[in-house]
Design a protein around this ligand. Sequence first.
Ligand code: 9MR
Length: 385
Amino acid sequence: MMISLCTLISAGISLTSASLSSPNACPSWQSQDLNLRSLAQKRRFIVGSAMPASNLKNDVDGGKYAATAAEHFNLLELENDLKPPAIWTGPHDYHFADVDYIAGEPGKKGWAQQHGLKLRGHVLVYARDEGYTLPQWLRTKGPAMSKEEASGLLHDYIKAVAGRYRGKVAMWDVANEAIDDRPNKNPFNLRDSFWFRKLGPEFLVLAFRWAHEADPRAELYYNEYGIEGGGTKAQHMLDLAKWLKEQGAPITGLGLQYHIDCKTSIAPGDGHYQLIDAIRKLRLGYMITELDVAVRMKRLPAGDPNRGLIPEDPADLDLQAKTYASVFQMARSSRNCHGINIWGLTDKYSWIPGFSRGRDGAATLFDKDYKPKPAYQAIVDVLKR
Ligand code: 9MR
């Protein structure tokens, strides 16, 4: 009987690289030591990536995008397509077509299920008013609404969205970025957002309750940035989480975004570890929800196709690998970590170069040509242990 090299490697039987000399013997990932997705499955670990539905739908880069997503990850999070401005086109009016492609219409499978990836929903309540957070029509009509009207609308929205994908979304970011960066007088330093002004801190309790009613088996998270490693904002988040639990909100855990750079150090006993320990003491789980590790980019003029893609110092990619590994190491060391999601599949479509005007970039695991970077192997090595 003939057994192919691919079969052996998929089955976890290791071969030396010398024995893999036939160039087209296997798909690209199988010629590596071990594939991230198969290793994660083996370890019962969730490792995902954020993606735009359109890149999967339109088979961008000759299908390389979709193939890479399916080969290396067991979780998919839509980067923008599940945000309220993308879905909520008017009162009780929703646009579901893009998400349906990924999650399937009711009763049907979508791309994610067809490829065996779990789904992470981002986000039911984006608790701020600026940017791509609150739909424009709500910004316009909202100020004249009564508390009851606003609360009724939010209830119907959460019920419609979480209800439509009930049983298909493994975990939801119920609320995102509700805490202000600068000190204010609000409880838990909550932002002065539309939902806060209308409903007070209670909007968070209600959102969790309604999400749970709509999809009782989904894990439910409060997601925040700028809290990695502890500090005042992290303390506000912990206080808020404690209060949410006291109010009976069905919260599974905290989403720690982790938009960091390659010089970030994470080691046992430091603020990063203390924070996850504090979360554990609240009897909550956590996920690293938006991990990316930026490196400094070679300065190139706007319009240059390589802007935001070429590191200033190539050695930074090794530092980046160490930083990625240290996050995975932390996650693996704690029992309350529910998984890690990388914010972007390849450097080519990462949000970082645009946001930093080309100064930072190359923050994901795959380069612009979909080649795994040193960080890929570094996290595989952590999961192998
Ligand atoms: O990566 C997202 C980018 O494509 C969008 O333009 C931006 C505005 O909607 O949001 C980015 O994702 C953010 C996420 O939704 C919440 N945490 C911070 C992320 C990076 O800004």
